[in-house]
Design a protein around this ligand. Structure first.
Ligand SMILES: [Zn+2]
Length: 386
């Protein structure tokens, strides 16, 4: 029994419980607990039981992309051209929001806040402010924000009703109380100010379903409910501009009038069907990986293509990880590092004896991504697809 993080409805049973006692975090670390996922039939929200010591986890353990100033995630490769996530996020933000001159912007739950830093290069007039529940990113902040314009753990009193725009990139999915976060954001905005956030879309990025530290997996209905309840209007939920994610813009309403929020039950039912399908998919996938492994025990060596969440997931399912020589990834920031004690290498650098490749990419685009690797055109690998 649990309570919906969005509408407080009671949810009796999980739709998914992982088979083993192994879960994987968004930073590809193995976490020794089961993953439990619940669907709210009232508002269409999907949520995962939060990991223990959530506050301590974000304060000291969760370290996203802090190996270097430039480190970033690869967003897409288009005709051989690598596009990084931060560049894409800046482009979409500038396309969707018209920022006034000298706009006061707060990045809420900002980590390194690479997006705001980059935005400042295109729009040097903006005044960036930063907030997070950890102090470990301060060395990065000091490069582009004045110390009086950042805060850790507690909001500065003069920040209430102060901002033209509050941004949040991939943070709302991590918090146990999204209502509280949206309430805080609405109080920080000027009347008419905009809230802008990017969060994973589990319906186009199925891995999100089993990421153990993603407490919230929003749907269009649960997002609308949450935003309306916290006093936002002109809500725009965009599932196209960022692959696998929702880009959400909402305006802090200038009227205090409480509006009742109507839920689209037909849409909620549709999400429920999709969620049930995903639960079956993840329940069966471990078995599918094992069957393939069993059929290829006589091969010489294997590699896992993709050193992100899917790669860690496949590795955690294999009986004999000794057969895996390496992970393969096109992101130069990951090449040369280790994942589960295996090297991460460029597709061109794999050894000749590798004959089997586990493709650890979003199933929706995996085949296309592999076809794009010119260098592998004449290789006859045995491929495993999720
Ligand atoms: Zn709900």
């Amino acid at each position: 029994m649990t309570k919906c993080n969005v509408c407080q409805n009671s949810i009796k049973q999980p739709v998914y419980v992982s088979t083993g006692n192994i879960s994987i975090t968004s930073l590809c670390q193995i976490y020794p607990e089961k993953t439990e996922v619940f669907f709210c039939e009232n508002c269409g929200h999907l949520q995962t039981t939060e990991i223990t010591n959530l506050e301590e986890y974000y304060d000291t353990i969760y370290k996203i992309l802090i190996d270097s100033e430039e480190e970033d995630q690869l967003y897409k490769v288009i005709e051989g051209q690598k596009i990084f996530r931060i560049d894409h996020q800046v482009k979409v933000l500038l396309d969707k929001v018209s920022l006034p001159q000298h706009a006061k912007i707060l990045d809420y739950g900002c980590a390194k806040s690479a997006t705001l830093k980059k935005l400042g290069q295109t729009r040097p007039d903006i005044i960036p402010h930063l907030f997070d529940v950890s102090e470990m990113y301060i060395p990065f902040w000091a490069n582009f924000v004045k110390p009086e314009n950042w805060a850790t753990y507690t909001i500065k009193p003069h920040w209430y009703g102060y901002f033209d725009l509050v941004t949040s990139f991939f943070a709302l999915e991590h918090v146990a109380n999204p209502k509280e976060m949206l309430k805080n954001i609405s109080q920080l905005l000027k009347p008419g100010g905009l809230c802008y956030f990017v969060i994973p879309n589990v319906y186009t990025n199925p891995a999100d379903f089993v990421v153990v530290d993603h407490v919230n997996h929003f749907s269009e209905t649960s997002l609308k409910f949450l935003l309306k309840e916290e006093g936002f209007d002109s809500i725009d939920i965009d599932a196209e501009s960022h692959a696998g994610a929702f880009v959400v813009v909402a305006r802090h309403s200038d009227s205090d009038e409480q509006k009742s929020v109507l839920l689209d039950k037909q849409k909620v039912n549709l999400f429920q069907k999709k969620v049930n399908k995903m639960a079956v998919y993840w329940q069966n996938i471990a078995e599918k990986i094992l069957v393939f492994e069993e059929q290829h025990t006589k091969n010489s060596a294997s590699a896992i293509y993709g050193s992100g969440f899917y790669g860690t997931f496949i590795a955690s399912c294999l009986k004999d990880i000794g057969k895996i020589e390496c992970f393969i990834d096109r992101n130069p920031y990951l090449q040369g590092k280790l994942l589960l004690d295996k090297p991460i290498v460029d597709p061109q650098q794999i050894s000749k004896n590798i004959d089997t490749i586990y493709v650890a990419l979003n199933p929706a685009t995996a085949v296309k991504s592999i076809e794009q690797i010119e260098f592998w055109k004449d290789c006859n690998f045995n491929y495993f697809y999720l």
